[in-house]
Design a protein around this ligand. Structure first.
Ligand code: TK8
Length: 376
């Protein structure tokens, strides 16, 4: 599989992150203001309290362990992803009788997705669970997962990810000093903004939308006539609050649990792309584990992922109601409107597909087709 020298992309995004950070001195904890409303804790004080609480709840301690896993995510501790991470901790500690200890961090406390992946490469952090979009900066082929309107439903996505193609994508991370252990789920991404209801492709015109650090997303939103602005997730709340961006796109759970309704008026169920999470471990750390522990962390990542996915899906409907209760206006996007959006962005998919290994692309689309037949 082709590997990218991601320096130029990283540098460009780095610059944007620095610029964003400059305007961000007062409040770099997106969601902190609104956190009290829904129990989300994004302040540093709460974060450390929470970690202490986690430690207190565990009958084990890092001091007694042969191996300590520092695990960090970008989302806050209300998100099902954090529940999944706590489940991972519980399984690993119990099954090793505390010989492997897991320290959990949320709310970008250890950095944003890209920074945490770099820390995994360096061996200074052991686990992170990013959306796959920023992984494209390390392995080109991950771009295919971000093609808009690729997976018809969640079952199709899971079938492909848990099959041969998903395995191949996990294995491809080894050359980047990371081990991919399991697929978790962020979910279908929807649009929010503070300017206007968005129901059709035309409504994207002129909207400044924060995107993840991923070229497919950038191009696709440009094609729709929006002004995409890549930004680290940790900067996003402030970016919306200060009007640096009009809108953003993320699954319902994130929109609600990060309190985005405080700074966004319009929610559109665009469902424009399915966003997987990928459970990553530092390769140097993984290699240092004895064989039975390697198997154990792999199984635990998988099991905790199944739990996370269940939680994620169970809460979706409730989240939509809660967003409306909080005063967001729900714009319903019809299948017809989605088809129009899909047509407009198709050239972007084609252009990126051409740049990837053709054998990989063919096998991937075949796997999607096969999965679609199984899960109509
Ligand atoms: C959290 C991110 C986030 C993603 C984004 O670390 O950046 O918008 O959807 O959930 O991975």
């Amino acid at each position: 599989m082709k590997k990218k020298t991601f320096l130029s992309v990283t540098m460009a995004f780095g610059l944007i992150a620095v610029l964003a950070a400059c305007g961000d001195a007062e409040n770099n904890n997106g969601g902190a203001d609104n956190g009290a409303d829904n129990g989300a804790n994004n302040t540093e004080e709460n974060v450390s309290d929470n970690n202490e609480a986690d430690a207190a709840n565990s009958e084990y301690s890092s001091g007694d362990a042969s191996y300590v896993i520092e695990a960090g995510i970008g989302l806050n501790n209300q998100h099902p992803q954090y529940e999944g991470l706590l489940r991972f901790k519980e399984i690993v500690e119990e099954e090793t009788d505390g010989d492997v200890y897991v320290e959990t961090y949320h709310s970008s406390q250890l950095g944003d997705d890209r920074e945490m992946m770099e820390a995994l490469q360096l061996g200074s952090q052991e686990v992170t669970i990013p959306s796959t979009a920023p992984v494209t900066n390390f392995v080109d082929e991950y771009a295919i997962l971000d093609f808009p309107f690729l997976f018809a439903n969640e079952e199709v996505a899971m079938e492909v990810l848990n099959g041969e193609m998903g395995d191949e994508l996990l294995d491809s991370l080894e050359d980047q000093e990371m081990v991919g252990l399991a697929w978790w789920e962020n979910g279908y991404r929807d649009l929010t903004n503070s300017t206007q209801p968005v129901e059709t492709a035309e409504d994207f015109q002129g909207l400044t939308i924060r995107t993840m650090e991923n070229e497919v997303h950038l191009e696709a939103f440009s094609e729709l006539g929006a002004n995409p602005t890549p930004m680290a997730f940790g900067e996003l709340f402030t970016g919306m609050q200060q009007g640096t961006v009009d809108g953003q796109e993320n699954p319902l759970a994130t929109i609600y649990l990060e309190g985005f309704y405080e700074v966004q008026d319009y929610y559109s169920d665009t469902n424009h792309v399915y966003s997987p999470f990928v459970f990553l471990m530092s390769k140097s750390f993984y290699d240092s584990l004895p064989d039975d522990y390697q198997e154990l962390v792999g199984d635990a990542a998988q099991e905790a992922g199944e739990f996370q996915i269940e939680q994620n899906r169970a809460q979706n409907e409730e989240m939509l109601e809660s967003l409306i209760d909080e005063g967001m206006e729900h714009s319903e996007v019809t299948d017809e409107a989605r088809e129009e959006m899909a047509e407009i962005v198709q050239p972007v998919n084609d252009q990126f597909a051409e740049q990837l290994d053709q054998d990989f692309v063919e096998r991937f689309f075949q796997a999607v087709e096969d999965a679609e037949e199984m899960h109509q």
